[in-house]
Every structure is written in C-alpha cells, then in structure tokens.
Design a binder for this molecule. Structure first.
Ligand SMILES: C[S@@+](CC[C@H](N)C(=O)[O-])C[C@H]1O[C@@H](n2cnc3c(N)ncnc32)[C@H](O)[C@@H]1O
Length: 257
C-alpha cells in the first residue's frame, strides 16, 4: 500500500469513523483515484484536503466509496424463494417478525421486503430496520420515489398494488413506509441490535476484505434468533457457514442453528 493511501485511510478514519482498510484495497483505490483525477487532483493528500474543505466533499466521497445502485426484487428467483419458502416458515413461529435490511441504499430492498411481508402478515406483526452508511441514499429511501428502471424485476401485481405513477416517477404508498425505520449505520463499526428473524445483507460484502466479512458474519449470527435467516447477495456465498453457526437453507439463505 502506498504511503499516500495509508495516510488517507488514517485521516478518513479520524474524520468520519470509516475504516477503509476493511474494504478491498485495489478496487477502492481505483474508484477514489478516478474520482479525484476528474477534479484535477493528483494525490490522496490533495483529495483529503478537498474532502475536508469543500462542503460536498464528504458526501461525494461516501457516494463513490461503493456503488449505491439497487433494484426492487433484485435477482427475482431468490425473492420468490423468500416469499414461498423462507417467510412461510418464519411466519409460522409466533410473535412479531423483526427484520433488517442492512446496507439498504435507496430503499428498493426494504420496500421489497415490506411488500412480501405484507402478503403474509398484518402490518402490526413485522418491523423492518433499514440502514446504510450514506445519509443521502437514506433520504431518497425515505422519499420513496422511483423510476421504472429500478422495477424491471418486480412482479407486476406488486408494482400495481404498492405504487402510484406520477409523471415520470412512481411513488411508494405511505402505508408501506410505516413499518420501516431508516437509520444511518456503519456495518463495520457500529453495534447491532439483537433478536432478528431475518437479516438481508446483499451486494455490499463484495466490497469488504475477508477479515471484515469474517467479523460481520459473526456479528450477524450473534444478532439473530435461532432459526432466523441471513439472506445474502448472489455473489456472496458463505463458504464456511457452519463456523458461524449457520446452515444452508437454500442458495444464498443461511439459517442460524
Ligand atoms: C450496491 S448497494 C446495495 C443495495 C441493496 N442491498 C441491494 O442489494 O440492492 C451497497 C450499499 O452499501 C452501503 N455501504 C457501504 N459500506 C457500508 C458500511 N460500512 N456500512 C453500511 N452500509 C455500507 C453503500 O452506501 C451502498 O448504499
């Protein structure tokens, strides 16, 4: 690692608590260098000064660190498995379902969850925490306005039921928002709540180092109820799941033993 980048990592950690050393280095460096070069800067040192001094600097950095792109019902077959296999089992246990969409980006994922949960349960029988490190995407999520392109995989009956079209965007119905709490949270440094029946964490672990993933799987496992499920992204298989107290319930679904 070049000294310039090492120092940048230390400075960012001091500035906002984000530890870039827990993200895959080559990928992270490439993304940030291309961002600062576009601004006419030529080192991480200059880039840090920019982040500190320009009002939009930190927001741009957060935006660029990882990709924010999300979609409703992303990888549709997996959501069908959630709907038809996993949720019926979780619902058959008594009580209120406690669900977490971790790294939820613009909200497409927690709203997809709410749509499916509302098929199986009354509104007062589930709660969703939706968290992300980036306040800007959380604000978009709270607003709940989407373009058609993020709904390519969403089954038509869900689109018709939960949105109202308004010109060139679709507004999510207010009743779905009521069960979702959007909250800023850093998965790599903040503590987690406990007692989850379902944790959905997709398309963010690909950015993390092996060490960071190991820590995260342990924390997820500790925050779940026995029989609860961790649903990961379609490139994010956990190879040694048993080590974390998980068994495979279906592809990309891990059940806490
Ligand atoms: C590609 S999006 C995934 C969105 C959604 N889960 C999905 O699969 O469609 C990755 C998200 O991870 C968030 N993120 C990156 N590092 C994070 C961290 N340490 N803690 C929480 N969220 C983080 C980013 O802000 C971004 O919104």
């Amino acid at each position: 690692m070049g000294n310039d980048f090492v120092e940048f990592i230390q400075n960012i950690k001091k500035l906002c608590g984000i530890d870039l050393a827990l993200y895959k280095e080559a990928q992270m460096k490439r993304r940030l260098i291309s961002l600062y070069e576009k601004k006419g800067l030529s080192s991480f040192q200059q880039y840090f000064r920019y982040i500190k001094e320009e009002p939009q600097g930190l927001e741009e950095f957060l935006d660029r660190m990882t990709i924010n792109v999300s979609e409703f019902y992303r990888n549709a077959k997996r959501w069908d498995v959630l709907d038809q296999k996993i949720l019926p089992r979780l619902v058959s246990r008594n009580g209120v379902l406690k669900v977490w969409s971790a790294a939820c980006s613009t909200g497409d994922e927690p709203y997809t969850l709410a749509m499916l949960l509302s098929k199986h349960l009354q509104a007062d029988r589930y709660h969703i925490l939706a968290s992300d490190i980036d306040e800007a995407v959380l604000n978009q999520a709270r607003l709940g306005r989407y373009h058609e392109r993020s709904m390519k995989e969403l089954p038509l009956y869900l689109k018709e039921k939960h949105f109202t079209q308004n010109g060139d965007y679709y507004a999510i119905h207010e009743n779905l928002k009521k069960n979702i709490l959007f909250k800023k949270q850093n998965l790599l440094s903040d503590s987690f709540d406990t007692g989850y029946d379902l944790i959905v964490c997709r398309n963010v672990m690909i950015y993390f180092t092996e060490e960071a993933k190991d820590m995260l799987y342990r924390k997820f496992s500790a925050s779940m109820k026995p029989g609860g499920v961790l649903f990961v992204g379609s490139t994010e298989q956990i190879f040694n799941a048993a080590q974390y107290g998980f068994e495979n319930e279906d592809t990309f679904f891990y059940k806490k033993i």
